[in-house]
Ligand binder design. Sequence first.
Ligand code: NAD
Length: 442
Amino acid sequence: MNVVVIGSGYVGLVTGCCLAEAGNNVVCVDHDVKKVNALTGGTLPFYEPELEAILDEQIQGGRLTFTTSIRHAMGKANVVFLAVGTPPNSDGSANLHNLLDCAKTLGQAIPDDCVVVVKSTVPVGTCERIRRILNNATEIGRHTQRISIASNPEFLAEGRAVQDFRDPDRIVIGADDPHAFSVLSDLYAPFNLDGNRLILMDIRSAEFAKYACNSMLAARISMINELSGLAGALSADINAICRVLKGDARIGGSYLHPGVGYGGSCLPKDLSALIDLAQTVDEPADMLRSIQKVNLDQRERLFHAIRTHFNDKLRGKTIGVWGLSFKPGTDDVRAAPSLSLISSLVQAGAIVRAYDPVAEHAAQKALGDMQVHYSPCAMDVCANADALAVMTEWEEFGHPDFKEVAHQMRGNMIFDARGLYQSETLQRYGLEHYVLGQNKFG
Ligand code: NAD
């Protein structure tokens, strides 16, 4: 098929690359000229395992090209994906500005029988808005044509996006006409490995399904964090309790790891957008609000613990930070807990030394002119540090040389925001261990 993907970020680029790999002719569009130039030259503008090899192979094979122009890209497209960002507005609602702009341009260029697929995460009712925009544009610009529109939310996770796209748990297609269902079922056939992965539904349900999933995941994270805090206060061992929870088939084992809470480009913004959507239909969304509050409190707890450890005197203290990305496997720092911690520390007068295997550049961009000393390696961060905060569970932080860490540091406190270490192990090297929810000053 001829496929156009508008928006070449984490989602759009993975979609474009994997669909080209499956034998389609794909044109990826982005309004960022630098990004398009880099991609045309085979360079990834962000870190995502396995993606660069596919990008290279598909460009060489002539199945994948890049452009900044939606009009040029459209040609004889059978399917066009909208995969641009939908970041949060200041009131928490989803910012649809870019998406709706693309729809306006698309309306002038869309060929007959092309299926418009919304892959971005969007509030319920957005596909209907896009259909109206497209209908208006095609009526004004040319002849009237029937617009086939579908919602196809994406569930890939950064850091394993290629794997998730090639072998998805499920593929959700929301549409209201047989043409859209048929074209998308064919397009996704190579990824519907056992024939059981397609879930077909109406458009509004598909739009909602993405928010439902992210709310569930966020709920598990906030729940385990709340239980962890409670367990700590009651002198119970959350790790032992987690083993019991994970052993219950009704509960399942994933997303039950206490830590500093969720971040990233999806869970925080999607929770906010769903809460905003709830307001429009006068639904209280009490659970969603609590999930969000627990998550923000968790970040506060960590900073509070560090401040308390230094008797409210952080000025001039050197704090090392291991990990900047919101999770391992990605350079994405959007809404990362590390960045809010660093901001709080710098505001309190601390000197911050930070290291991340791939996210330094993204963090520098996000933190702007904030004074942070970036280190070339993990151990360099520890030099003369009064404390170390471990913010991302990158593999290389899992089993560090604690003897050397202790030797390099001036202080001896390790703030383990991801629950990576055993206190007994750290004690052997004279290091103190703080785990959220489990220590007295947490
Ligand atoms: P991103 O910010 O990485 O990429 C968006 C891309 O769209 C950028 O390259 C940007 O330059 C481009 N763009 C913006 N406006 C444009 C326009 N008018 N014309 C052309 N290009 C334009 O975003 P992302 O992380 O890929 O997310 C995209 C959507 O997918 C969002 O709605 C997000 O919620 C959803 N989603 C993201 C993930 C994830 O893990 N990142 C997972 C599932 C769903």
